[in-house]
Ligand binder design. Structure first.
Ligand code: COA
Length: 183
């Protein structure tokens, strides 16, 4: 997978040594409360190790999950995901919808600095440079912070939908820039 760089951040593959950070991140209710259906916090470090293992094995030419690291301190700040989004449905596990979603999960110590928006902008640019035509984001209706990230990175609000995750979500989309018309 490709490492991405912005002014303040490096987006790089998750490493097994990052499990302590991932566990700290996902064991917090303030991080997890709007994620998952129903949301639940991690209770064991082994879950973080497993999750990192799965992210590292993601075998896709474009989809990826990046650990977001601050350039100045080297600290990990969060997680940026570009992945297949499951369609709503009756059978479990839910089946892929065919759409790609972008998502962001940051540690509360690093909220309020524009890091999620900076990383999200870089991942959208990467997605379109890699040939995707459309990327969606879904947020719980009450997740104002995440809705704001979608707006800051230029995603269009399409209203509410139940088409993914068997949940009512706010739906946002970004589409690939049009190539210039040739004469
Ligand atoms: C959603 C989430 C990533 C948003 O984080 P965030 O830090 O608020 O988002 P941004 O990176 O866009 O930062 C914007 C904030 O930083 C401030 N900021 C400071 N410096 C900035 C800069 N250089 N550039 C942009 N914003 C800056 C902005 O004013 C804004 O604060 P405000 O919302 O109080 O006005 C975070 O709340 C989170 O991880 N939540 C838990 C997981 C979650 O719910 N994920 C989404 C699931 S759909």
């Amino acid at each position: 997978m490709q490492t991405l760089e912005t002014d303040r951040l490096v987006l790089r593959p998750w490493e097994p040594e990052d499990a302590g950070f991932a566990f700290d991140l996902y064991s917090r209710w303030e991080v997890q409360r709007f994620i998952g259906n129903p949301p639940r916090v991690m209770t064991e470090r082994a879950e973080a190790e497993e999750r990192i293992g799965a992210w590292r094995q993601l075998d896709d030419p474009v989809h990826a999950v990046w650990a977001v690291q601050l350039k100045d301190s080297g600290q990990l700040a969060g997680n940026l995901l570009l992945k297949s989004i499951p369609a709503s449905g009756r059978s479990l596990p839910l089946q892929p919808s065919g759409d790609t979603e972008i998502g962001w999960h940051f540690h509360p110590d690093h909220w309020g600095h524009g890091y999620a928006s900076e990383a999200g902008t870089a991942v959208l640019r990467y997605a379109f440079a890699s040939g995707l035509r459309r990327v969606v984001a879904v947020t719980a209706p009450a997740n104002a912070a995440s809705r704001k990230v979608c707006g800051r990175i230029g995603m269009r609000h399409l209203g509410q939908t139940t088409q993914y995750y068997n949940a009512l979500c706010e739906l946002f989309e970004a589409t690939a820039p049009q190539p210039p018309l040739l004469d």
